[in-house]
Design a protein around this ligand. Sequence first.
Ligand SMILES: Nc1ncnc2c1ncn2[C@@H]1O[C@H](COP(=O)(O)OP(=O)(O)O)[C@@H](O)[C@H]1O
Ligand SMILES: [Mg+2]
Length: 339
Amino acid sequence: MSADPVIALKNITKIFGNNPQAALAMLKQGCSKEEVQAQSNQVVGLHDVSLSVNEGEIFVVMGLSGSGKSTLIRHVNRLIDPTSGAIEVNGRDVLSMNMEELREFRRNDVAMVFQNFGLLPHRSVLENVAYGLEIRGLGKSIRHERAREWISTVGLEGYEMSRPHELSGGQKQRVGLARALAMDSDVLLMDEAFSALDPLIRSGMQTQLLSLQKKLRKTIFFITHDFDEAIRIGDRVAVLKDGEVMQVGRPEDIVLRPANEYVVDFVRDVNRARVIRVGAIMDSSQTQHCDVAVQNTATCEDVLPLFAKYDWVGVKDSEGRRVGIISVKIVVAALARHH
Ligand SMILES: Nc1ncnc2c1ncn2[C@@H]1O[C@H](COP(=O)(O)OP(=O)(O)O)[C@@H](O)[C@H]1O
Ligand SMILES: [Mg+2]
């Protein structure tokens, strides 16, 4: 894994309107989004957003409707130009690309999955999944062969000849996912990709994405308005409000240490036992030997049953080294809501 971020958004500000400079000046003076809008009639889409996404991680941006999520993700493949700021993907300056470079970049480097699926209605599932490869100029037999593999990977074998209108919402989004994966790009952009799905189907898609990701190790920039979804699938999560980043961190960092009252409101209803991992709360000053040890990546929910038999157990890292202990007392304290 390389140390440089795959996606780097640096101080991105986006103003919608005909006088962005006036709005920028107001923001510099500390005005809020509402004040800027009221006084200058300019809409602040994003204000000084800096985020970096590392290779192989699922980075989730969570925010309510209108918080700037779509605006943000569209900067990554430059469907939107920022009012100010810089964007790098795989070390390349996206803003300095010319039209031809940008076309190549969108074709090869970043694939996108949309909330409303974005399927071509008159084409079969097979042709939809193969579409990006067709654009890329691949011959029919090779692109169909690859498309079939991805269709079966997402669990849609047998539906190759179906049309989008014959599929359920979950199946349509599997086609959208297969089409993006068929592009074989390292970066996957997903804008509320699961938001239109019923809760059970959505949960199934989350599970599928996580299990695919174990094999694929893509760099995934994932947008959602659902805090539980963010916490469940994100390696790291950014909380966005009114175009500004409130907090960035691992799910357990956010749940254990919400940065402000705004984040606290989301954290309140989270199932802490499923989110908080042993490694984040263990007592690392104690590394004595004991017969029973759990992984530092285990959740509180995973270890709770052990405390029927033991007061404490050891904690080990991925290489099996003893890194601390976890006790019933520590877990209970971590699970107590103190917000
Ligand atoms: N093309 C546009 N023109 C004017 N305002 C826009 C435009 N696109 C988005 N906005 C505004 O920018 C803010 C963020 O929108 P958006 O990124 O779509 O939010 P989200 O995806 O989080 O719902 C909102 O206030 C929205 O009204
Ligand atoms: Mg949106």
